[in-house]
Ligand binder design. Structure first.
Ligand SMILES: Nc1ncnc2c1ncn2[C@@H]1O[C@H](COP(=O)(O)OP(=O)(O)OP(=O)(O)O)[C@@H](O)[C@H]1O
Ligand SMILES: [Mg+2]
Length: 284
């Protein structure tokens, strides 16, 4: 694992270095976001000047290969927008996004399509993402078929069964439909699909936000097993996911207000600790 480095809001770089070798032997960060700002145009009356929501303001962060970055902040602080901007699904007003050494800020067309295969976003709402008319085998194997890694779902039966097991799901469920699963199980299925695509960068958005404590724990275990050695940006509503990340960034109104390792942040009387306290009260 390598370091995640983040520019603090006052501009002082901070790097966490680790001694483990990285997988590809490439020491450059996988993801580099520099001075990124995102503005959404909002409707204003006819003839009035155009208005914008400043969703992100001057964000700089680097994520090393095999590293996990936890992104936390109150509702509306810009977490999802940051994930979307990295995927180039939010309007970038200024700054740059580099992925695997390539400036992707203005990439378009086929190059953009190719790039999106290499970054997987796991959505906030697991219910919306599983087609109820497909079996679990078809659903989970679909990305392999789409990317030409299997001719038909049946060819990937072993791989899918193995993945279900790693996600703590019954392997005999492989021919069932999504409705036969609980919300938590469905979320783990959605997760397993994203992981099977083998994308170098995974963006997990609010993976445990809608779950009860037991399902949240199962998801965290599945994530820990599936993310080992992968590069992950994990947007967390509950802090448990951030706690296991190599580095955490706290966003507030579209700005980075604090960053560091979970233990260091908890030792400080700062934004992170206040956020943790408000989560514990169920207020955020
Ligand atoms: N498509 C959009 N058009 C206009 N404003 C938007 C759009 N998407 C997000 N915003 C605004 O950008 C800000 C950040 O939103 P974002 O969804 O990134 O927050 P978040 O941190 O993910 O919140 P939550 O924890 O509730 O998911 C908010 O003020 C939001 O209203
Ligand atoms: Mg969000």
């Amino acid at each position: 694992m390598k370091g995640v480095s983040v520019m603090s809001p006052v501009g002082a770089p901070s790097t966490t270095s680790r001694s483990e070798p990285n997988d590809g032997g490439d020491s450059s960060p996988l993801l580099e976001v520099e001075h990124l700002s995102v503005r959404f145009p909002v409707k204003s009356g006819l003839g009035r000047p155009k208005k914008f929501v400043h969703a992100l303001d001057d964000i700089t962060l680097h994520v090393g290969r095999g590293e996990t970055l936890g992104l936390v902040g109150e509702s509306g602080s810009g977490k999802t927008t940051l994930g979307r901007a990295v995927l180039r699904r939010a309007p970038i007003a200024s700054g740059t996004v580099r992925f695997d050494g390539q400036d992707i800020t203005h990439l378009e067309g086929e190059s953009m399509r190719q790039l999106r295969r290499r970054m997987q976003l796991v959505f906030q709402d697991p219910y919306a993402s599983l087609n109820p008319r497909m079996t679990i085998l078809e659903l989970v194997a679909e990305p392999l078929v789409v990317h030409g890694m299997a001719r038909k779902p049946e060819d990937a039966r072993h791989q899918v069964a193995d993945l279900l097991e790693r996600c703590g799901l019954p392997t005999d469920a492989i021919d069932r439909y999504p409705h036969a699963f609980s919300g938590g199980q469905r979320q783990r299925l959605a997760l397993s699909r994203a992981f099977l695509k083998d994308a170098p960068l995974l963006l997990l958005d609010e993976a445990t936000a809608h779950l009860d404590a037991e399902n949240a724990r199962l998801i965290r275990d599945a994530i820990a097993r599936l993310t080992a050695g992968r590069t992950v940006v994990s947007i967390a509503h509950r802090l448990e996911l951030a706690a296991s990340a190599d580095q955490v960034i706290v966003l507030e109104q579209g700005r980075v207000v604090e960053m560091g390792a979970h233990a260091d942040l908890m030792a400080r009387d700062g934004h992170y600790r206040r956020l943790a306290a408000s989560f514990a009260r169920g207020a955020a």
